[in-house]
Design a protein around this ligand. Structure first.
Ligand code: S3P
Length: 436
């Protein structure tokens, strides 16, 4: 991917507007996967046009699934059934996407043919034993590189058996990998988590007609059923909305409306935390879309104060810490984060990347192995490095709105989850643009 740097200048005035952020990344991945394995034709609306979800769609096309794109954000998937995928000629490229690789690790373990899952430089450093260990216990033949990192090499044709697994990490990707392998396993596959994580796999399997028993922190299914084609309406991604929620909160005089944002309770930890810090975030027209709660969010500027982030919200806001770091760096007093060691193995080490960048803008931040103490104050301009992490790049862009001008290195991967971020940000009054 080409190198892209941004500059983000202070907002000229209040942010205003009515924005629709793109479709949910987690839901878009799962919709393509399940629709591909279903009997019949499924239509996906609100599909995220991003690098990560394109990688997943490309992988299924490589295995013989016909996927049409009649319009942007829409896909028609001609399902091939549980045993209809074809052996790919080449390795399967998951790009930057941990979700694609971990979920497919489970799914491909149940196929009759061999496969290899590879990724880009960032994904190639991320831990995969969290999925390969339990998959091996299910009878999968799956290996990682030395050190437990990609590529994943999977030998097909194994007889999988269900297990009852208590995962040590709270990870929807681990849970989902096992459930997807469990579709092909004899007997019952059950996963218990230390804290509940996003439940889209369970919900979507049920929508495609597969019996699943689930409760927060626990999910179980048995192998051998059939998936039936289903239309999926993808809600707007809360994690993409989060950048605008914080931007409108920080820039004086702002009022932004964010339309039809997905408010699955396993995703909205940031709302609780920002409100506890003093944010003014209203919810209007709460409704259901595609089986998920959605609402229009109305965000008005409000001064923030530091808090101790309750550990029980960490899993429900795991993707929102980069932007929370920015909010905390602009709040009055100290914000402490604990129990968030997972941030060190995301697309980058998000604790280190955000702490280093915000320090360069004048913030005082103490890192701990599983969090940070962030002392709020006034940010100033400077240069930061997003280290190719999409969420860190967007978080720094928001910081630029309230600091002096910020130059941000290595932003190209924003295209993995939110290709139109800079355009939408400009429409709202932020001044983010490609650096010369
Ligand atoms: C995701 C789960 C989370 C999240 C990621 C998407 C998913 O990862 O960070 O962006 O779609 O299941 P973990 O399972 O590693 O927590």
């Amino acid at each position: 991917m080409n190198r892209l740097d941004w500059t983000s200048a202070p907002a000229g005035g209040p942010l205003h507007g009515d924005l629709a952020v793109p479709g949910d990344k987690s839901v878009s991945h799962r919709a393509v996967m399940l629709a591909s394995l279903a009997e019949g034709v499924s239509r996906i609306r609100g599909f995220l046009e991003g690098g990560d979800t394109h990688a997943t769609a490309r992988i299924f096309a490589q295995m013989g699934v016909r996927i049409e794109a009649p319009a942007p954000h829409e896909r028609i998937v001609h399902g091939v059934g549980m045993h209809g995928l074809r052996a790919p000629g080449d390795s399967l490229d998951c790009g930057n996407s941990g979700t694609a690789m971990r979920l497919l690790g489970g799914l491909m373990s149940g196929q009759a043919f061999d496969s290899t899952l590879a990724g880009d430089a960032s994904l190639s450093k991320r831990p995969m034993r969290r999925v390969t260990e339990p998959l091996l216990r299910m009878g999968a033949a799956i290996t990682t590189a030395e050190g437990g990192t990609p590529p994943l090499r999977i030998r097909g044709g194994q007889a999988l058996r269900g297990i009852d697994y208590a995962t040590p990490v709270a990870s929807a990707q681990v849970k989902s990998a096992l459930l997807l392998a469990g579709l092909y396993a004899a007997g019952r596959t059950a996963v218990t988590e230390p804290r509940p994580t996003r439940d889209y796999t369970e919900r979507m399997l049920a929508a495609f007609g597969w019996p699943v028993v689930s409760a927060p922190g626990r999910a179980a299914l048995t192998g051998g059923h059939t998936l039936h084609a289903c239309d999926v309406a993808v809600p707007a991604d809360f994690s993409s909305a989060a950048f605008f929620i914080v931007a409108a909160t920080l820039v004086p005089g702002s009022e932004l409306v964010l339309r039809a944002v997905g408010l699955n309770p396993r995703r909205t930890g940031l709302l609780h935390v920002l409100r506890a810090m003093g944010a003014d975030i209203g919810e209007e027209s709460r409704r259901e879309a595609g089986g998920e709660p959605v609402a229009d969010l109305v965000v008005r500027h409000a001064p923030l104060h530091g808090i101790e982030v309750p550990v029980e919200h960490v899993a429900d806001m795991i993707d929102e810490f980069p932007i929370l770091f920015v909010a905390a760096a602009c709040a009055e007093g100290v914000t402490t984060i604990r129990g968030a060691g997972e941030l060190r193995v995301k697309e980058s080490d998000r604790i280190a990347v955000m702490a280093t960048g915000l320090r360069a803008l004048g913030a005082r931040i103490e890192e701990t192995p599983d969090g940070a103490a962030i002392e709020g104050g006034r940010l100033q301009g400077g240069s930061v490095d997003a280290h190719g992490d999409h969420r860190c790049a967007m978080a720094f862009a928001v910081a630029g709105a309230v600091a002096g001008a910020v130059s941000i290195r290595d932003c190209a991967n924003v295209a993995t989850s939110f290709p139109d971020f800079a355009d939408l940000a400009q429409a709202a009054g932020l001044r983010v643009s490609a650096a010369d």
